[in-house]
Design a protein around this ligand. Sequence first.
Ligand code: HEM
Length: 419
Amino acid sequence: MSEINQMPREEGLDHSATLMREGYMYIPNRRKSFQSDVFETRLLGQKAICMGGKQAAELFYDRDKFKRSGAAPKRVRQTLFGEKGVQTLDGKAHFHRKEMFMSLMSEEGIQRFVEMNRDNWQNAVDSWIDKGEVVLYEEVKKLLCKSACRWAGVPLSDEEVDKRTDELSSLFESPAAIGPEHWVGRHGRNQTEKWIGELIKQVREGKLLTEEQMALHVISQHKDHEGQLLDTEVAAVEVVNILRPIVAIAIYINFTALALHQFPEQKEKLASGGNEYLQMFVQEVRRFYPFFPFAAARVKKDFTWKNYTFEKETLTLLDLYGTNHDPDLWDNPDVFNPERFKEKSDFLKYSLIPQGGGGYYDGHRCPGEWITIEAMKVCTDFLNNRIVYNIPDQDLSYSLVKMPSIPKSKFKIKHISWK
Ligand code: HEM
């Protein structure tokens, strides 16, 4: 029989404050100092396991070993996720709900998104030309809010764009916040769920006609694994689970613009490299820059792994950022090098995990990965091939502590014109 070892353990009563202080580097720093891909600590007043790397990701996405119910902290459910959404489900209920999300991500569905998003970029650029200087992050959030609503079949008047963009953004700009920012996020969640809840009622009563393939329609009519329509509140949470993250792609768009600025040699390669290079560039932006630091689950039942005990119900965090920068998986992980994806299949199931890992249907991997990648490609095409702009002096540094991280100045550009 193999012996049971004590997992490397961070001593002390609670390390939640350290996690907030070290942000994206909290888990990678300890993986390095313990020389171990797994360690025990205490977070949110309870024992927690943190782990990272390819093998740990394989373990984390094993549905027999981990579950999601009870994993997301309350303040995250009150802002980012909402209550009773797909993120919190397990087993049959999860599989069935996830199938619904995946049905929206057909090739035709993604193509429809790309075309709507291109239209919105075209109109946005036309409006920026007259403005002189714009803050790219703020402009792109509005543009993506329009694309998200149009794609999902959610009516949005021109007058509403600013308000709805602000509410949806507050959900992903606030989840780790305490104090006033957290309350802005909670207010945003109440407002968006009220707005979308009304629309769901109207669709169900036949007062609002939506095309059948649109997310608002699909989610309004979706029946759960027991054949019941979703409660209005839960259906609203799921529609927001489409709108919110599409607006959040603005963060990756900011990092895409930053990559073009920080690594100007990429511009020529992109201009001549066709779709193949574009795909590698976008994958490298997703690997290189920070977004979600980790994903959370709970141990489903007692088991041992590498001679360490995992006790039922233990909160477990998988290091997403650190795995994307793991020197065992990536040569020179801190060098921006899209060409690394030439040798590697670009959808590495357990090592390129900015949007989670594993399978889509049988796990919690992000169903929005294709939309994200395509939205980043459209943006790269506009910024690199279709428009010219100047970049005024500004603070483009980004933090590895504040979550989510966004370049400080949110990327100002000026003197914008078509090429
Ligand atoms: C902005 C870029 C995005 C990032 C960085 C991102 C990241 C993630 C991550 C880390 C997860 C959790 C994985 C896990 O728990 O194991 C996730 C799940 C999810 N994402 Fe995304 N995502 C993005 C865009 C999108 C888009 C565009 C959509 C929808 C159109 C979307 C919808 C979802 C949903 C519904 C889930 C829950 C899946 C489940 O629990 O089964 N995301 N995403």
